[in-house]
Design a binder for this molecule. Structure first.
Ligand code: THG
Length: 295
């Protein structure tokens, strides 16, 4: 069972971005209801960096969303003042800070807020030099932020959601393997901590109609190594079924691909063939091209 954080309320979206800018509550509240009905565990409020308006926008948005749902909210912005405003406005359940990078100035500003408001937070494994290059750099960044949060600030491990960073399949396939390798080591590096990932990043770039299957197969791969939660498209019902463990046959098939077992393709349904082909592309057994399902 992987918990789900709905990603759809974001400033980049045509519909919801407009509603955010115009402070129009209706579309945002409709989306919050849809996310609740879809079984999301959090609603991500992605307002971008939001500049000077960030504080005011988050102060307005949190109660607007909480008027129609009891779900806890993920405060998704790099704007520290907007995060603090969101924490102040958040009255239902435990807020989730999204996110704290492993950079001294970000940790020094945001870890005290996580402690003060007893919030959960996403520890984004992004260091002073940017994205980690492999699983060992991911491990080092993870240790650094967990050590600081628990040791210096007395934050409990279960408040920490480590994000190993999901990259697109069509540009950085080796980084996908590194994030997976990190997940295998994760509970030894950070016992008691939780994990999350921006799942849809994997399909950022490929044709729109092929995004769901990439997201679905990627979730199966991460789920095997205990991914606790993921930031996902709230409208992808098949993805939710996978998150809830309702498609064990697809999971078993993708695991077979990962383990290099021989698979008799002629015995498979179209859906199963597509899952095998997609797993091969994500795992780097086959090269990515936009037409990978037709090959
Ligand atoms: N880690 C953490 N937080 C994150 C990310 C992460 N927050 C932002 C992002 N990555 C996760 N959220 C999204 C939101 C939307 C999309 C992808 C990831 C997306 N949207 C479609 C698009 O851009 O084509 C549709 C936009 C629309 O609604 O019109 O792909 O990695 N901690």
């Amino acid at each position: 069972m992987v918990k789900c954080i709905g990603e759809n309320l974001n400033i980049m979206s045509k519909k919801y971005g407009k509603a955010l800018k115009e402070r129009d509550p209706k579309p945002l509240q409709e989306l919050a209801v849809q996310q609740t009905e879809a079984g999301m565990d959090w609603v991500d409020l992605n307002i971008g960096p939001a500049g000077k308006m960030g504080e005011e926008l988050m102060t307005w948005l949190v109660p607007v969303v909480h008027e129609v749902t009891d779900l806890p909210l993920a405060l998704d912005t790099s704007n520290i003042k907007a995060i603090e405003a969101g924490l102040k406005a958040h009255k239902k359940g435990r807020p989730l800070i999204n996110s704290i990078m492993v950079r001294p100035e970000r940790m020094d500003a945001l870890l005290p807020l996580a402690k003060e408001y007893d919030a959960d937070f996403i520890a984004l494994l992004w260091g002073p030099e940017g994205m980690p290059r492999d699983e060992n750099e991911r491990g080092a960044l993870c240790s650094e932020i967990v050590f600081k949060a628990t040791g210096e600030y007395g934050i409990a491990p279960e408040r920490i959601y480590v994000d190993p960073i999901q990259t697109p399949v069509n540009v950085q396939q080796n980084q996908i393997m590194s994030a997976l390798e990190f997940m295998k080591m994760f509970q030894d590096i950070a016992p008691g901590c939780r994990s999350t990932i921006g799942l849809s990043n994997v399909s950022n770039g490929p044709p729109e109609h092929l995004r769901p299957i990439l997201n679905q197969v990627m979730l199966i791969l991460l789920k095997r190594y205990g991914m606790y939660s993921a930031i996902v498209d709230c409208f992808d019902t098949k993805l939710h079924d996978i998150a809830k463990g309702k498609r064990p046959e697809l999971e078993a098939l993708v695991h077979k691909v990962e383990d290099g077992e021989a698979i008799d393709m002629s015995s498979l349904s179209k859906e199963e063939v597509d899952f095998v082909k997609t797993a091969k592309v994500i795992l780097g057994h086959a090269l990515y091209s936009d037409s990978w399902l037709e090959i």
